[in-house]
Design a protein around this ligand. Structure first.
Ligand SMILES: Nc1ncnc2c1ncn2[C@@H]1O[C@H](COP(=O)(O)OP(=O)(O)O)[C@@H](O)[C@H]1O
Ligand SMILES: [Mg+2]
Length: 587
């Protein structure tokens, strides 16, 4: 069961928890003895006139109170600490799992949902761990020991009061049953809310650009009010049981006064006993009332635990073989053999065959959606092929440890993602221990050095989320520097120079060329100027390779590549007869 799995996490802190439990017991015992002293004060000092006992009794009372406070304080301290640490372990495990998940997992799940699991859900689990365990344990012990004390004072009076217990129990159980689905709905609507806030704020520029603020506001209000309503529904259930509880309390007071008063008059118990008894009943009310709070906590935590463990148990689609190969050195040979691939039902790549020799440059062209990025995803094994095989250095990528494989591949993605950190750290992302010189060197190659120096704090400038504050071209150049610094055997640029102007692109390519000597490079680009020097050019169309060869060979084919060439080189304007390039691509 979920709870058992949770307890496994606490096992590490068994000793501390044990100490906490002992302190709990001590606190309860101290509290239980306080009415014994007050009984003596009433019966022997106030009514019996033994005034010389007064000092001793007051001192004992004081001592007991001090013990009670000290033990209660330290047990709270201990449980707070252990529960935080258990939570930390738990969260680490969960995060590790998320890090292991492959691309295909993230295709299907919303970021906001995952955030909730890691933050909100774990928080309610912690509450259970902390006050939940303690209250349960302490509550039970308190109820039992208080009852024992009460019985020793007056069995008949206790019996009358105990009749109320089953009533309380059933009331709590009924509440718990109703609360469970209510809490689940609260969680679900909250998740919906935070997911949509997260998505919306991430896409705020798009929302504004299309003037969709009002629509998004309405949608938010709708989701938000749904959450409200679910919360209110849960609160309604809880509030119904408050009068029930008060009624039960009221009953117990009446019983004490009537039956207890009768017993005093009959001389069966003393007034001091009645006094003590009353205190015990109040003490008993505490844990019984807390039981309802506990039911709350428990239902809340259970709904959360369910979801957290669901995440924990999520199957990892892409795994290493048990005997996965390391990759101590990589030559940089890549080969696709009869590769088919689909993300879902729809085939995306069909019978792809090509080979990249070590140290050569391959360029891929093709319209949007033709499958260029997908080919890259398969080289780094972000997804597994559905047919055929992808080989690196002659070995199927599935046979490598994928982390080792990916260490040898540097990718500049089509969409540049920079972290909100300094520029230097963004560049050194793959090589955290890189020296400043190395970072600068990489930036120079990517033609980023100059604009970085122009930033307020140079390499130490912190950039915003998703690189806001930088132009698209600047972001791309930082991403290129990142890939260059990683010094991979296989360098992949997925449309990486689309946002930089043609001249800069040319410069970057010239510097890259020096680097490309002993490196296999794959370039996805739309401009003929970016691909014409490649050792081979692959033209993709709807997931198939339609043309393949060098620039000259493809021109001779008079096919798709040739058409693009004509479109892009149409204008001869320069007097010297050199080519004037017109921007534009195959799209
Ligand atoms: N993560 C994904 N899940 C489902 N379909 C995808 C995914 N990524 C891409 N596709 C689909 O696969 C096809 C090829 O995409 P992609 O390789 O990104 O094209 P390109 O990079 O050439 O523009 C497109 O039809 C696209 O919609
Ligand atoms: Mg793409």
């Amino acid at each position: 069961m979920d709870l058992k799995r949770l307890i496994k996490y606490s096992r590490k802190y068994l000793k501390l928890n044990l100490l906490g439990s002992i302190l709990c017991i001590a606190a309860v015992i101290a509290a239980l003895n306080i009415p014994v002293i007050t009984k003596d004060i009433v019966d022997r000092v106030l009514l019996g006139g033994e005034f010389d006992l007064m000092g001793k009794l007051i001192l004992t009372l004081f001592g007991l109170t001090v013990i009670r406070i000290a033990t209660e304080y330290s047990r709270t301290y201990i449980f707070e600490h252990t529960s935080q640490r258990v939570l930390y372990d738990f969260r680490s495990d969960l995060y590790r799992k998320l890090q292991q998940q492959s691309f295909s997992y993230y295709d299907t799940v919303r970021t906001g949902t995952l955030m909730n699991r890691l933050v909100g859900d774990l928080q309610s689990v912690r509450q259970l761990l902390n006050s939940g365990y303690v209250s349960l344990f302490e509550g039970l012990f308190r109820i039992v020991s208080t009852l024992v004390m009460m019985i020793s004072f007056s069995p008949s009076l206790t019996l009358a009061l105990v009749l109320i217990v089953p009533v309380t129990y059933f009331a709590m159980r009924a509440m718990s049953k109703q609360l469970r689905p209510a809490y689940r709905q609260v969680r679900e609507s909250f998740e919906n809310l935070s997911s949509s806030v997260q998505e919306n704020l991430t896409g705020i520029r798009v929302v504004k650009a299309f003037g969709r603020e009002d629509y998004e506001k309405d949608r938010f209000n709708e989701i938000s009010s749904e959450w409200n309503q679910n919360n209110i529904a849960a609160a309604d259930i809880r509030s119904v049981y408050i009068p029930v509880r008060r009624l039960i309390e009221g009953f117990s007071t009446v019983i004490i006064l009537l039956l207890g008063g009768y017993l005093v008059m009959q001389g069966q118990i003393t007034i001091g006993t009645l006094f003590a008894f009353n205190t015990y009943v109040v003490m008993l009310a505490g844990p019984i009332q807390e039981a309802s709070h506990l039911v709350n906590l428990w239902e809340n935590a259970k709904a959360s635990l369910e979801k957290v463990f669901e995440l924990m148990d999520e199957e990892i689609v892409l795994t290493n073989k048990p005997d996965a190969l390391p990759m101590p050195s990589c030559r940089g040979e890549v080969e696709f053999r009869n590769v088919d691939f689909s993300y879902g039902e729809q085939p995306v790549l069909k019978n792809i065959n090509f080979k990249m020799e070590p140290g050569t440059t391959t360029a891929i062209m093709g319209s949007t959606g033709s499958g260029k990025s997908t080919i890259i995803n398969l080289i780094a094994r972000f997804y597994d092929v559905t047919g055929g095989e992808v080989l690196v250095d002659g070995i199927n990528v599935k046979d490598y440890d994928y982390n080792e494989l990916r260490k040898n591949i540097g990718i500049v993605f089509q969409e540049t993602l920079l972290f909100s950190d300094t520029i230097a750290n963004n560049i050194a992302f793959a090589v955290p221990d890189a020296t400043d010189e190395q970072v600068e060197q990489a930036a120079k190659i990517a033609d980023a050095h100059n604009f970085i120096l122009d930033m307020p704090e140079g390499y130490d400038t912190v950039i915003g989320e998703r690189g806001i504050g930088l132009s698209g071209g600047q972001r791309q150049r930082i991403a290129i520097a990142r890939a260059i610094l990683a010094n991979p055997k296989i360098l992949i640029l997925d449309d990486a120079t689309s946002s930089v102007d043609m001249e800069t692109e040319h410069e970057i390519q010239q510097t890259l060329k020096q680097l490309m000597d002993n490196r296999t490079t794959l370039i996805v680009a739309h401009r003929i100027s970016s691909v014409k020097d490649a050792d081979q050019i692959i033209v993709l169309d709807e997931g198939r390779i339609v043309e393949q060869g060098t620039h000259d060979e493809l021109l001779e084919l008079r096919g798709k590549y040739y058409q693009t060439f004509i479109e892009q080189y149409r204008e001869y304007k320069d007097g010297a007869g050199s080519l004037k390039l017109v921007s534009g691509g195959m799209e």
